[in-house]
Design a protein around this ligand. Structure first.
Ligand SMILES: [Zn+2]
Length: 111
C-alpha cells in the first residue's frame, strides 16, 4: 500500500504565472511511503506541487518563472525527507520471536 506524506509546505509571495496574484501560491513537498503489515519504507523521490489558491490552479513546472524555481530550490533544501531505511513493524518482530520459540521448542522436544 502506498501512502503520500507531506513533508514541507510553504506559502510563496511570488507572482502566480496564471493570475499574477502574489498571495495565492502554496508549495507542497510530498514523499511516498510503501507500507504493509510487516514493514514500511519511504521512497527516495520527493515530489513537489505548486498550487494557487487565488485561481485554483496547479502550476506545473513548465510555467514556473525563474523566481519560483529559485524559491522552490530553497524550500527543497528546507524539506526534511522521511528516512528511507526499512522500518519493521511490531507484527514482524512478533512472528520472528514466535518462530524462535517454536524452533526452541522443537529442539527441546527432539533432544
Ligand atoms: Zn493564480
Amino acid at each position: 500500500m502506498k501512502t503520500t506524506h507531506t513533508i514541507h509546505t510553504a506559502c510563496l509571495n511570488n507572482n502566480c504565472p496564471t493570475c499574477y496574484a502574489t498571495d495565492g501560491l502554496e508549495l507542497t513537498f510530498t514523499q511516498q511511503k510503501n507500507e504493509n503489515k510487516f514493514f514500511e519504507k519511504a521512497e527516495k523521490e520527493i515530489s513537489s506541487n505548486l498550487y494557487c489558491h487565488t485561481c485554483s490552479n496547479t502550476i506545473f513546472p513548465v510555467n514556473w518563472t525563474e523566481d519560483i524555481e529559485r524559491v522552490h530550490e530553497y524550500h527543497r533544501k528546507l524539506a526534511t525527507p522521511l528516512p528511507t531505511a526499512t522500518k519493521l513493524k511490531p507484527l514482524l518482530y512478533g512472528i520472528i520471536i514466535l518462530d524462535a520459540l517454536l524452533v526452541g521448542a522443537l529442539i527441546y522436544y527432539f533432544t
